[in-house]
Design a protein. Structure first.
Ligand code: NDP
Ligand code: GDR
Length: 372
């Protein structure tokens, strides 16, 4: 059988890295679109680097941007992909309130640019396309658990842009018979998760607090409920969606929801530190009640978590809980990780990372501060 060729936008992101790993293991030739950056931004995929002089190179990066049609058309013409996975996006909900126009351009019109490129190049029968849709589409709760038939009510510029992308994908499927699908993925995390998403922010901070490298973790809405899965499981679903006989849209979720506050407790508990919350609203605080790990000298009774309203969103999504029935029955998809396993892996990675940082600090090296 001829090898399959996949083009991944957003290859330098969390999902792009896991998906590239998965497709390479299946024998695909992978092309990825990478934005020009003043610093290297390929840390998540550096292990996949192959010498461009190697005739059998199976992992190839192209400079590009979802805001540039000419660039997308040229890359798709050159690559002639069997499958496109459109994972590229300005993916931070809170930041989309600061950069709404850019978000609409990259996340909404960017999807249209890819679909049009396929059409212009006469590839509608050859190239399948996966669109990274999101549970943020459900926004203000209409019904739970949220399934493929639950009405959308987006609550951020990000979600509104993704709503356009969702429907333009459906429209190109219906209008031109394209194999174009939406995966409506609920939150998925991993040790590769961006540092400013809440789970990674928590696992990093808990690790640093345990090691004495940080004193406080400031968060926004502790009451928000999310259906958190592992990115490694979720990229499997993306692949399966494009291997079906018929192009359809699928919800990918675990069906379990957890509050942000509980994720905090779980992350600290993984380090042997019990945290309890007291107070309400902006005055709510998390305190250390016990520490069973002698390596971590955390003071009992110490305040380690507080609310900072600067992390509140102008409009919030309070509750997400997905109904994965369709993906389980039609795709045969089943997540391998539960929340406990996810938290365990994330905390283990971050504590190892900061243990090295602590060694440097203890040896007299200056540790850089980081913006959240
Ligand atoms: P990340 O933020 O980790 O990665 C986003 C990727 O998109 C990065 O490679 C980024 O490049 C790239 N990108 C950003 N803007 C552009 C642009 N204008 N042109 C080309 N590429 C661009 O996101 P995730 O991996 O977590 O998510 C992947 C996709 O899935 C996104 O579309 C996201 O919105 C969607 N999604 C994610 C969910 C999740 O829980 N993770 C859930 C549901 C949907 P750079 O590295 O240069 O910044
Ligand atoms: P989300 O993820 O907005 O669901 O979007 P995020 O981790 O940013 O927020 C989850 C919930 O936690 C609350 N929260 C905080 N969030 C952040 N980032 N920082 C904080 O300090 C903080 N404190 C509380 C948020 O208010 C929210 O309720 C993610 C992204 O990956 C999207 O691209 C994707 O589409 C959706 O998941 C599904």
């Amino acid at each position: 059988m001829a090898k399959k060729v996949a083009l991944i936008t957003g290859i330098t992101g969390q999902d792009g890295a896991y998906l590239a790993d998965l497709l390479l293991s299946k024998g695909y030739e992978i092309h990825g679109i990478k934005r020009r950056s003043s610093l290297f931004n390929t840390e998540r995929i550096d292990h996949l680097y192959q010498d461009p002089h190697d005739e059998n190179q199976k992992f190839i990066l192209h400079y590009g941007d979802l805001s540039d049609s000419t660039n997308l058309i040229r890359i798709i013409q050159q690559v002639q992909p069997d499958e496109i996975y459109n994972l590229g996006a300005m993916s931070h909900v809170k930041v989309s309130f600061d950069t709404p126009e850019y978000t609409a351009n990259a996340d909404g019109i960017g999807t249209l640019r890819l679909l049009e490129a396929i059409r212009i190049l006469g590839l509608t029968k050859k190239t399948k396309i996966y669109q990274a849709s999101t549970s943020e589409l459900y926004g203000l709760v209409q019904a739970v658990p949220q399934s493929e038939t639950t009405p959308f009510y987006p609550r951020s510029p990000y979600a509104v842009a993704k709503m356009y992308a969702y429907w333009i994908t459906v429209n190109y499927r219906e209008a031109y018979g394209m194999f174009a699908c939406n995966g409506i993925l609920f939150n998925h995390e991993s040790p590769l998760r961006g540092e400013t998403f809440v789970t990674r922010k928590i696992t990093r901070a808990a690790s640093k607090i345990a090691l004495g490298l940080q004193s406080m973790l400031f968060l926004g809405n502790l009451d928000a409920q999310r259906d958190w899965g592992h990115a490694k499981d979720y990229v499997e679903a993306m692949y399966l969606i494009l291997q079906q006989e018929v192009a359809e849209d699928f919800v990918i979720a675990t069906g379990v929801t957890t509050r942000v506050r509980e994720f905090v407790r779980l992350a600290f508990a993984e380090l042997g530190i019990a945290v309890e919350f007291k107070g309400e609203g902006v005055d709510e605080k998390g305190y250390v009640v016990s520490c069973s790990n002698p390596n971590y000298q955390v003071e009992i009774g110490k305040e380690v978590v507080a609310v900072d309203p600067k992390y509140f969103r102008p409009t919030e999504v309070d509750l997400l809980i997905g109904d994965p029935t369709k993906s389980k029955t039609k795709l045969g998809w089943e997540p391998k990780y539960d929340l406990q396993g996810l938290v365990k892996e994330m905390v283990a990675t971050d504590v190892e990372l900061f243990r090295r940082e602590k060694l440097l600090k203890d040896s007299g090296y200056q540790i850089k501060n980081q913006f959240e």
